[in-house]
Design a binder for this molecule. Structure first.
Ligand SMILES: [Zn+2]
Length: 204
């Protein structure tokens, strides 16, 4: 009887051990599988990110390429205005000349334009407005001196420091105030055609 009981207990213990062992084994396997799955997922997600970045970079490069092309592709419209700025270094004056684009440059690109105006800096280049500028090593030519010559006001223009006769007027200094007489005897400097006209009108 005792032998049978011992035998049964032994079998029970062995069974328990097998069941326990298989449970632990299964757990390990599932754990490993889960781990493997997780790493795969990370790899996949990393890969996706890389692809996204690559695609984004490609798109950026394409956009840049398009941008570069489009700026080269600006073509001047027939109504384009051309503003030419000339800076005279000797007197520090700047004259702005407002013109319409010459017909031969209509529909041309910046490259074509540069060939025609190689002396100038391009400050702005759009289809409807181009601004160019250059420095000139002289005076602007808008400097005048009004003097009394033979009793009448006479206008001289300063060209590189030399006075050139510009206009003889019929305006007599005879009845002017002493102050005016003296200033015209010494020569009165005037800048700009408009100011010159205004001055002469005052004494007519
Ligand atoms: Zn000037």
């Amino acid at each position: 009887m005792n032998k049978i009981i011992v035998f049964l207990v032994c079998i029970l213990v062995i069974l328990c051990a097998i069941i326990l062992g298989s449970i632990i084994y299964e757990k390990n396997i599932t754990g490993q599988i889960a781990e493997i799955n997780e790493t795969n997922e990370i790899q996949v997600s990393e890969k996706v990110t890389d692809e996204c970045v690559d695609e984004y970079m490609q798109m950026q490069t394409q956009e840049n390429a398009i941008d570069a092309n489009s700026s080269d592709e600006i073509k001047l419209s027939p109504n384009c205005s051309l503003i030419i700025k000339t800076h005279y270094l000797d007197c520090d004056h700047t004259s702005n000349q407002y013109t319409i684009l010459p017909e031969k440059l209509v529909n041309k690109t910046e490259e074509d334009f540069k060939k025609e105006y190689s002396d100038y800096n391009i400050e702005e280049f759009t289809a409807n407005e181009v601004i160019i500028s250059k420095n000139v090593d002289s005076e602007c030519g808008e400097h005048y001196i009004v003097r009394t010559v033979d009793g009448n006001l006479t206008v001289f223009r300063l060209v590189n420091g030399i006075e050139e006769l510009y206009e003889k007027t019929e305006i007599s200094t005879e009845y002017m105030t002493e102050t005016d007489k003296i200033q015209f005897e010494n020569g009165l400097k005037v800048y700009g055609k408009e100011n010159l006209s205004l001055l002469l009108e005052d004494f007519e």
